[in-house]
Design a protein. Structure first.
Lengths: 395, 348
């Protein structure tokens, strides 16, 4: 039998206790730090109250609400359903097209109308371009969180081209007011299709370049693999969605599983985290899911651009929409996950209630659970991998 | 020189003042160039142009930056420890500046030709840690304390690989005096310590693997010594806002910056003197002489500074535990192997 070796008592420490050589117990305190709302890596005005023991995170308490702009109350006070769209834009300001798309789908289902084919195709192209643009910000800023500045600017250089496409289409680069209930504000400009194809051929090698520079960098992998592991069941319990959920290996994408628009016509597949560099559901998995989703988005855009039909870009609906009294919950897949709009109509011209289920808000709620026990530097990366946009969290 | 020395005390004071003023003039000029270089290199790596408005291709921008910093209000938070707060940036700069005393810029110029040159530089540049700790502590800001503590741990850890790597060069050259070390390597690129120095051919060939590894480790460790990426944890902006200098503004902030840039050259200069032939020309007696020596020394140093800039804009940052792991479990054991190997070869 092997005798278990016992350490001299003075080396045995409780968390937060430290034994000096004279045998006295020295109590070390935890430190509470505020990270944000003015902090370079909280991606906006998020405040994280962190309890740390040295560099180790004991607890994280997110405080939100610094960017609350009463979206839901505003929506109730509009005189027209269409007037809500500019407010929808301002929720997730880096993925405004997806926000508009979700709202348009919800109100159209409430009205029980179909929109012309061409509209659906253009919406898909816009939504996927926006998804690429949004993911580029996500992976770029994630690089900054890890300490690499150059990938961020590479991402922004490519995002700029997408914004140029949007500007060409609707004049705006950030908040578009382009996808309307029942159609679009106006048709695509004639040169758009060519430019869009050009962008796709330009962009595909750029993804590989970005991967070489950042994703498979030894230091980056060491920093992100096995960090902030979000197991499958926890992800499901917290109702995470989007790349957060798929990063944990759950095969769930609303574009395929609850189809809207014309997504069912294209050939593509959701990408899942497989734990290639560490554990399934670590920050690296969430990062690679975003990288691969961009490739899939390019595939969808190429197919949509090739098959775009001619036609009208506005369904025949009255100028002032009056849906029958009733309610609808419509959900769409934004770059951050499941965006749901719960719209209640009382039969009048303005919505009785618009509730948005914003994906970043829900995803953020899992942050304390997956960052406890990690280091301060990990927390920054985990918060970055959740990919929050505070406009959408606070609404 | 002799005439001045004959003037007695005043003469020697005058000589000392002139000799000590030369490095600071060099540091200021070099900092201006490197500020510009850093921004331009970064920009061109990132598909940008950087400064283009102030002067030709923005060459006057570093002057504008310094003017701006000079005009800025020096804020000291009311809860800060005023004395330490004010003193810290100067101690950091002094630690670096003092190191320049033992650097042989050319065969004719070395601030102080002391026999323990390499040792002196390692010792005196440790002063930087104290300055950073003072600054972080005195700021009374939790992020600053984080940065300062990280910095202290990092610099103390990485001094060991640095010192061991220097020791290997000293074993080969047989001197701690950097001027002697450089003279040992005269006569062309094949005589540099990184290629085995001026030893017999068989010994040289056996030494090369060890010296190359040692040089790479010295360079890596020196990145950590100067807090540059991938070891820029003390001022990790995405984690610690600005780290130990978060609360600093105006000229005091500029002092930290100046010290960082000066330190970049200092560690490069040590590596150049020990491994890359110092001021000696890579072509033997062609293009050699005191003035050419200065040129070669600065050129070699700037190549290493450029490498540091290049690495900074390419790599992500390590985590604290990985940083310690790299120092204690990778670099140090490798250097022990190198010391053993080099020792064996030299004895045989």
């Amino acid at each position: 039998m092997i005798e278990t070796k016992t350490l001299p008592t003075r080396y045995v420490t409780q968390p937060g206790e430290f034994h000096t050589s004279s045998g006295k117990t020295l109590r070390t305190d935890e430190m509470i730090i505020n990270m944000g709302p003015q902090h370079p890596s909280t991606h906006g005005v998020l405040r994280l109250e962190i309890v740390v023991d040295g560099e180790i995170i004991v607890d994280v308490i997110p405080h939100i609400g610094y960017l609350h702009r009463c979206f839901e109350k505003h929506a109730e006070h509009m005189t027209n359903y269409q007037q809500v769209i500019p407010y929808v834009d301002r929720m997730d300001y880096v993925a405004a097209m997806n926000m508009e798309h979700g709202y348009a789908v919800a109100v159209e289902r409430l009205l029980k109308i179909e929109v012309p084919e061409r509209v659906e195709y253009i919406r898909v192209i816009m939504a996927e371009l926006q998804r690429i643009a949004s993911h580029l910000i996500a992976v770029g800023t994630f690089g900054i969180d890890a300490g690499a500045f150059t990938p961020f600017l590479y991402a922004f250089r490519d995002r700029e081209l997408i914004l140029d496409l949007f500007e060409m289409t609707c004049g705006a680069r950030l908040l578009y007011n382009y996808i309307w209930v029942g159609g679009l504000s106006h048709d695509l400009p004639p040169q758009f299709i060519d430019k869009c194809k050009e962008f796709c051929t330009y962009f595909k090698p750029r993804i590989k370049q970005f991967n070489d520079l950042l994703t498979f960098n030894e230091i980056f992998v060491k920093r992100t693999a096995n960090v902030g592991v979000l197991p499958k069941d926890v992800a499901l319990n917290y109702a995470c969605s989007g790349p957060m959920l798929r990063g944990s290996g759950v095969d769930w994408d609303l574009r395929r599983d609850d189809p809207y628009s014309v997504y069912s016509r294209f050939e593509w597949e959701p990408k899942l985290g497989k734990g290639e560099m560490g554990t399934v559901g670590d920050t690296w998995d969430r990062h690679i899911v975003r990288m691969r989703e961009m490739e899939e988005s390019v595939r969808i855009i190429e197919q949509a651009v090739a098959g775009i039909p001619e036609g009208n870009v506005q369904a025949a609906i009255p100028k002032r929409i009056r849906p029958e009294a009733g309610e609808i919950y419509a959900r769409t897949e934004t770059p951050r996950g499941e965006l749901g709009y719960y719209v209640i109509s009382d039969g009048s011209g303005s919505p009785f209630r618009v509730k948005a289920r914003s994906p970043a808000f829900v995803n953020l709620s899992v942050l304390p659970d997956i960052s406890r026990g990690g280091m301060l530097a990990d927390l920054v990366l985990i918060a970055g991998s959740v990919d929050i946009v505070l406009g959408e969290v606070d609404r | 020189m002799d005439a001045l020395q004959n003037m007695g005390l005043w003469g020697s004071i005058l000589i000392a003042v002139v000799l000590s003023a030369l490095p600071i003039i060099f540091i200021l000029l070099y900092a201006l160039v490197t500020l510009y270089l850093e921004m331009k290199v970064a920009a061109h790596m990132q598909d940008r142009l950087a400064y283009m408005r102030t002067g030709w291709h923005g060459t006057l921008q570093p002057f504008a930056d310094i003017l701006k910093l000079l005009q800025k209000e020096d804020t000291i938070s009311s809860e800060a420890d005023r004395k330490l707060f004010i003193l810290a940036p100067y101690i950091v700069f002094m630690g670096t500046y003092a190191g320049f005393a033992a650097i042989p810029f050319s065969s004719m110029y070395i601030g102080s030709n002391i026999d323990l040159g390499a040792f002196f530089i390692v010792a005196v540049s440790s002063l930087v840690v104290i300055g950073i700790l003072m600054g972080g502590w005195a700021s009374n800001n939790k992020w600053s304390i984080f940065g300062a503590m990280r910095s202290a741990a990092q610099m103390v850890s990485y001094e060991i690989p640095t010192a061991l790597a220097i020791l290997i060069a000293v074993m080969i050259t047989g001197s701690l005096n950097l001027q002697d070390v450089t003279k040992f390597q005269e006569g062309g690129i094949q005589n540099w310590v990184i290629f085995g120095g001026t030893l017999p051919l068989t010994q040289k060939l056996l030494l090369i693997p060890f010296t190359v590894v040692t040089f790479l480790i010295l360079f890596t460790a020196s990145l950590a010594e100067v807090n540059r990426t991938p070891f820029d944890l003390p001022e990790a902006e995405s984690e610690l806002v600005q780290g130990f200098n978060t609360e600093y503004s105006g000229m005091r902030f500029a002092m930290f910056y100046l010290a960082e840039y000066a330190n970049m050259f200092l560690v490069s200069a040590v590596a150049v003197s020990l491994f890359l032939g110092g001021w000696s020309s890579p072509f033997g007696s062609v293009m050699s002489g005191p003035v050419w020596g200065l040129f070669w020394f600065v050129a070699k140093g700037m190549v290493l500074v450029f490498l540091q800039i290049w690495i900074r804009w390419t790599l992500p940052r390590l985590r604290v535990d990985q940083l310690m792991y790299t120092s204690w479990k990778v670099l140090t054991p490798f250097l022990f192997v190198c010391i053993f190997g080099v020792g064996l070869i030299l004895v045989l």
